[in-house]
Design a protein around this ligand. Sequence first.
Ligand code: UD1
Length: 379
Amino acid sequence: MALAFSAPRTILMVAGARPNFMKVAPLLKECEARPGCRAVLVHTGQHYDPELSEIFFRDLGIRPPDHALEVGSGSHAAQTAEILRRFEPVCQAARPDLVLVVGDVNSTLAATLVAVKLGIPVAHVEAGLRSFDRAMPEEVNRLLTDAVATWHFTTEASAGENLLREGIAPERIHFAGNVMIDTLLACRERAAASTILDRLGLATPAGVRPYGVVTLHRPSNVDAPAQLAGLLAALQALGEELPLIFPVHPRTAARLTAQGATLDGQGLRLVPPQGYLDFLHLLSRARLIITDSGGIQEESAILEVPCLTVRNSTERPVTVECGWNRLVGTRPSALLAAAGEVLHEGWRPGRRPPLWDGHASRRILDVLAGEPALLEVTR
Ligand code: UD1
């Protein structure tokens, strides 16, 4: 099928869950600044709590979505199915030239499936990342989205290599850099005005007291009671030496409540999920980050804060290669040992991954809005 675009080009952008909002923000801005482009924004509502959704729209200055699907929670099948059902009529009515999806959440895959079945080409931003662990729901979302997307925009070299190995044609792969880092760099100054350190009692007249930041929400770490209890015990022990701030994801909060977990140490402090600017500021001043998130591994490389990733694999190997991230596995003893090393032996500074320079969205829109020849797609 040959696709010919007419100006203005309509790009339908999909966001659904917390890690999507900071990726869509700069793309939307870049698209809307170009006379030849028109953006339609759809929020699937996969994340709906104000602290996982609304506050990000506010902090990032994202305009209200054109369509809010309000799908809410459910099993993976139910949530994905609900997005499929609700997104199809929106897509049919908007008649976009292309659908742009970001990341690897259920909304990414569901929107992709709807679009390709309607014959609308898909651009995947953050394509090609692979943990090679199919027990992760995100890995399945990544593989399936990339298999049918037309444009693959990558953040690091490994992603391009993965896509080539999977048979994606080289001309469909564009190494664009990291849109999440576009947002980080654009927001850094505003984040520095956050009062979160005062509110948490970390700022003193003499300066900022040393602390670490923890986030854990992956099913592999929080769904099995013994694993979660082991990690919490390790964090409490570490908290005796370095106070730890732990903004708790709703998934983790639910597991903690179900387990009746009691935290008796003073060093590990559980707080609600934070908004983007507050969280960025909190991360930027930390001595150490402990996480199982994908995005925070990347942010640590720009904020130049050592990151210990509580997983056996990472789909973002460049963060390790560049020296800001270390995979410590999921054993509590290994986490404690690695944290001890960072605190007592220090951390050799790393470097910034290539093209994580604040201009990824511009490169992506250059391709999507650029030469008509680039947009002639034959399938
Ligand atoms: C999702 C993404 C994950 C991402 C994470 C960041 C998938 C498969 N996973 O995981 O890649 O790292 O978001 O936050 O898409 N919940 C609330 N309030 C909300 C949203 C969810 O309480 O606003 C609860 C739900 O009821 C559910 C749990 O949190 O029990 C999980 O939510 P869900 O969207 O299914 O996946 P996440 O674990 O958040």
